[in-house]
Design a protein around this ligand. Structure first.
Ligand code: ADP
Ligand code: MG
Length: 719
C-alpha cells in the first residue's frame, strides 16, 4: 500500500477502484457521491475489538462489547402488538466460564429471520442482571464471519472499529468496508485544512484535517482518536463561529436608529419602583443605553438567572426608545406571560403617560391601532433632533405593544419600530425573531433568556449577540429550599403544605402531562387535580393547563394572583416568567422526567417574595438515578452551575431543544460542554474574519464551499 499519491476529495466514488457495485449504488442513493462525502461520514463511536479475550459477562452501567455465539433463539408473545425476540449466547472465544447472556429485542420479532443458532455476533450494550439472568436489551449487533473472507475480517474486528450512523439502505459493514477502501488511497497531507494552522505547541500541534480524518476512521490508539475527535470538533465549532461572528460583524456595519437616552421617562419609571436596581441590573442597563445611542442597531442578549429581574431592565430600555419618539414591542412566549407583562406595564407605565397595548391571539380590545404613524424617511434618522422633526406619534397609536407570537402574523406593521424586546427567547426560533425585525427598519433588539445558559452555548446560539449578564439577585429575597422526595412521602408533604396555606401562602403543583398517557405512564394534571382538591380541602384548588381557552386561563391566573386560589394544579404552562410573590411552595410530580434546567426554571416561580419558599421534587419510589441526578438542585440555586451540569449530563441536543431548530445537527455536539474548545473556535473565527473579512483570499479557498453553505443557511433562517 503506497500513499505517495492521493485521490482528490472531489473524486466521484465510481472512479475509485475496488468499491463493490452494490456499495456504490447504496452510497449514491444516500447522496454520498464523492470521496469527500464518504470520509465525512463520521463514526458515532468506536468499539475496541482489539482484544476480545473473554473476561466474563458482568452487569454494569457502561456498555460493553462482546464477541458471542448464538446458542438458541425464541420468540415470546404477549399482549397486543407485543412480542420479544430472545437470543441466548455464549462467548465465542476462550469460553472457559460457560456463562450465558440473553439478548432481548422488544417488538422486533422479525429478527428471527436474521439471527440463527451458531452465528457469531459482535454485541454492544449494557448488561443487567434480572432474576439471576444476565440480560442485554436492544444491543447493537453485527454478524461476524458470515460469508466473509479473512481479508475483510480485519476491517471489522481486531482493531478500534468505527461504528457509523446508518441511514436509508446503508448497512454497517459495507459502509465500513467502503470507507476503509477509500482511506487506503488517501494521503493525509493532500487533504486541505479548514482551520488556520495550529500553533507549533499545544494540544493540536502537528494536527491537520487529513490526519484527523484518517485517524477517526482508522485509529491505532485511543489517545490518537481522542485528539482527532477534538480537532474535528474544533473545526466544526470554528465553521459555526465563522457564521455567527460574520452575522455579528454584518450587524455592526448596518445603520439603524440612534436612540440616545434623554433620561426623563426611564428615570421617572425607575424612581417610582418600590425597589432600587441591583448593581448588576444597573450595569446591564448602562450597556443597553450605550448600544441604543449608537447608530448601529443593538443586538444584545440580556442573560440572567430566573428572578434576577430582567423585566424592569427591559422596560427601562423600552422607555428610552419612547423618549426617542419610537415605538417598541415586547414579545412573550405565552399568553399568560404577555398578560402579566401587560398588567405590569399598565401599572407602572400608564401613569407616565405611556400608551400600552396588548395583542395576543384572542385579545384586541384596547382600541389602539398600528401603522398609521407617518413612516420614517427612507434613510435612517441619525439623531433625536431629526426624530422629533418627524410628526409626533398619533394618539391612537400605542408607544408600547405587548404580545405573543401572534404579533408576527398580524396584518399590521410598525411604522416606527425602534426597539424589540424578546422575552424568554428559548421559545422562539431565529426565523421568528428575524420576521419581526423585518417589519421595522433595523430596530434595536434585546433578547432575554428564560434560563441561564452555559457559556459555550451562549457563544453558539447567541454568538451573534453582545451579552449583558445580570449575575446577582435582588437582596431581600426569601430563600428557596429544595427537597427531592419519593412519592410515597406525599402525606407528609401534604401536612406541610397545609400549614403553609394556613399562614396565607400559596402553592403550585406541577404535572408533566395533561392527560393520562398509557405510554408514558405519567401522572396527569387532571387526575392530580382531583386528588389534590381532596387533600388540600377546604382550600380552593384550581386546574390550569395549556389546552384551556385563553380567557379561562387568564381568569384563573388573575384569581391566583389575587390570592383567591390557594393552590394551582398545572402543567408546565407556568414554567416561564409567571410572577406571584405570595406563592411560596411548588410540588413537582414526576420530577425525574424533567431536565435540571427546566426544574430550576420551574422553581424560579417561587422565592419571589420575602418568605422562605419550598420546592418538593417528587420521584418514583426507589428511583436512585433521579435522586442522584436531582441532588444538585438541593445543593445550589445557581442557575449557571445547574445549566453546566445539565449540559454535561444530557448533551446539547436535549438542552437546546427548540432553540437549536434551524441549525444543522452537530457531529461532535457532545463536546459543546467543553468551554475551552468552543472559546478557542470563537477566537480563531474572530481572527479569520477580522484579518480577512471577505474570506475570499486565495488562502481561504478551502473554506469557500463551507461559507456558501453558511450563506444559504442564513437565508433560510431569515425566511
Ligand atoms: P426574570 O429575570 O426571571 O424575568 P423578573 O423580571 O420577573 O425576573 O423579576 C422577578 C421579580 O423581582 C419581579 O417581581 C420584579 O418586580 C422583582 N425585582 C426586579 N428587580 C428587583 C430589585 N432590584 N429588587 C427587588 N425586586 C426586584
Ligand atoms: Mg422574565
Amino acid at each position: 500500500m503506497t500513499k505517495a499519491a492521493s485521490i482528490p476529495l472531489d473524486t466521484a466514488l465510481d472512479a475509485v477502484p475496488g468499491l463493490p457495485a452494490f456499495s456504490l449504488k447504496m452510497l449514491n442513493s444516500e447522496g454520498i457521491n464523492t470521496v469527500g462525502d464518504l470520509v465525512t461520514c463520521y463514526p458515532t463511536r468506536h468499539e475496541d475489538r482489539r482484544s476480545l479475550a473473554f473476561k466474563g459477562f458482568s452487569p454494569g452501567e457502561t456498555p460493553v462489547c462482546h464477541h458471542v455465539r448464538i446458542l438458541k433463539t425464541r420468540v415470546l408473545r404477549f399482549g397486543k402488538g407485543g412480542g420479544v425476540f430472545e437470543v441466548v449466547v455464549e462467548a465465542a472465544q476462550n469460553n472457559l466460564m460457560n456463562q450465558q447472556l440473553t439478548l432481548r429485542w422488544f417488538k422486533m420479532t422479525f429478527l428471527q429471520k436474521v439471527l440463527a443458532v451458531d452465528m457469531e455476533l459482535m454485541v454492544y450494550g449494557k448488561i443487567k442482571e434480572i432474576k439471576a439472568r444476565l440480560i442485554m436489551d436492544h444491543p447493537d449487533y453485527e454478524v461476524v464471519r458470515d460469508e466473509e473472507d479473512d481479508a475483510t475480517a480485519k476491517i471489522h474486528t481486531g482493531r478500534l472499529v468505527p461504528i457509523y450512523r446508518l441511514r436509508g439502505g446503508l448497512k454497517q459493514k459495507p459502509l465500513r468496508a467502503a470507507i476503509w477502501q477509500v482511506i487506503d488511497q488517501l494521503n493525509a497531507t493532500c487533504i486541505p485544512d479548514l482551520l488556520p494552522k495550529p500553533k507549533t505547541a499545544g494540544e493540536f500541534a502537528g494536527m491537520s484535517r487529513g490526519k484527523a480524518l484518517l485517524t477517526l476512521h482508522r485509529p491505532i490508539e485511543q489517545s490518537d482518536l481522542e485528539q482527532a475527535k477534538r480537532y474535528l470538533a474544533l473545526e466544526e465549532f470554528y465553521l459555526m463561529q465563522l457564521r455567527v461572528v460574520k452575522r455579528k460583524l454584518h450587524f455592526k456595519q448596518t445603520r439603524g436608529w440612534s436612540q440616545p437616552a434623554t433620561g426623563s421617562l426611564a428615570t421617572e419609571f425607575l424612581n417610582n419602583l418600590p425597589f432600587t436596581l441591583t448593581e448588576a441590573q444597573q450595569r446591564c442597563l448602562e450597556e443597553i443605553k450605550e448600544d441604543m445611542a449608537e447608530l448601529q442597531p443593538m443586538n444584545r442578549l440580556l442573560h440572567g438567572d430566573v428572578g434576577s429581574g430582567k423585566t424592569v431592565v427591559a422596560l427601562a430600555a423600552m422607555l428610552i426608545a419612547v423618549e426617542a419618539g419610537q415605538q417598541t414591542v415586547l414579545m412573550a412566549p405565552t399568553q399568560i406571560l404577555a398578560e402579566q407583562h401587560y398588567a405590569n406595564a399598565l401599572r407602572w407605565l400608564e401613569p407616565l403617560g405611556i400608551r400600552v397595548s396588548l395583542r395576543t391571539g384572542s385579545k384586541r380590545e384596547d382600541g389602539y391601532s398600528l401603522g398609521s404613524a407617518g413612516r420614517w424617511p427612507a434613510s435612517a434618522v441619525d439623531s433625536t433632533a431629526e426624530i422629533n422633526a418627524v410628526a409626533p406619534l398619533p394618539s391612537n397609536e400605542p408607544h408600547l405593544l405587548i404580545g405573543t407570537h401572534a404579533l408576527l402574523y398580524g396584518e399590521e406593521s410598525f411604522a416606527r419600530l425602534g426597539l424589540v424586546v424578546i422575552d424568554e427567547q428559548h421559545k422562539f426560533g431565529v426565523a421568528q425573531r428575524t420576521k419581526l425585525i423585518d417589519q421595522g427598519r433595523m430596530p434595536d433588539v434585546l433578547v432575554m433568556t428564560a434560563t441561564p445558559i452555559p457559556r459555550t452555548l451562549t457563544l453558539t446560539l447567541y454568538g451573534d449577540l453582545d451579552v449583558s449578564t445580570i449575575d446577582q439577585r435582588p437582596k431581600e429575597r426569601g430563600k428557596v429550599i429544595t427537597a427531592v422526595r419519593e412519592i410515597t412521602k406525599v402525606e407528609d408533604v401534604t401536612k406541610f403544605v397545609l400549614t403553609q396555606l394556613d399562614e396565607g401562602r400559596q402553592c403550585y403543583i406541577v404535572y408533566p402531562l395533561i392527560e393520562e398517557s398509557e405510554k408514558l405512564d405519567a401522572s396527569a394534571a387532571k387526575t392530580g387535580f382531583t386528588e389534590w382538591s381532596k387533600r388540600l380541602a377546604p382550600n380552593s384548588v384550581e386546574l390550569l393547563h395549556g389546552r384551556m381557552a385563553p380567557e379561562e386561563k387568564e381568569s384563573i391566573m388573575k384569581r391566583f394572583r389575587k390570592g383567591d386560589i390557594q393552590a394551582l394544579v398545572s402543567t408546565t404552562v407556568i414554567e416561564v416568567g409567571v410572577d406571584v410573590p405570595n406563592a411560596t411552595m411548588m410540588l413537582i410530580h414526576d420530577a425525574g422526567r424533567y431536565g435540571l434546567a427546566q426544574l430550576h426554571q420551574l422553581r424560579g416561580r417561587i422565592g419571589r417574595g420575602t418568605h422562605t419558599s419550598y420546592a418538593v421534587l417528587f420521584i418514583a419510589k426507589g428511583d436512585k438515578e433521579s435522586q442522584q441526578r436531582l441532588h444538585i438542585l438541593e445543593e445550589t440555586n445557581d442557575g449557571f452551575l445547574i445549566a453546566e451540569e445539565d449540559l454535561r449530563r444530557r448533551g446539547p441536543g436535549d438542552v437546546l431543544g427548540q432553540a437549536q431548530s434551524g441549525q444543522a445537527p452537530l457531529c461532535f455536539g457532545e463536546m459543546l460542554a467543553d468551554t475551552r474548545l468552543v472559546a478557542l473556535a470563537r477566537q480563531l473565527a474572530m481572527r479569520t474574519l477580522t484579518t480577512d473579512p471577505l474570506l475570499l483570499k486565495e488562502e481561504h479557498a478551502n473554506l469557500r464551499p463551507f461559507l456558501q453553505d453558511i450563506n444559504t443557511s442564513m437565508q433560510m433562517s431569515i425566511q
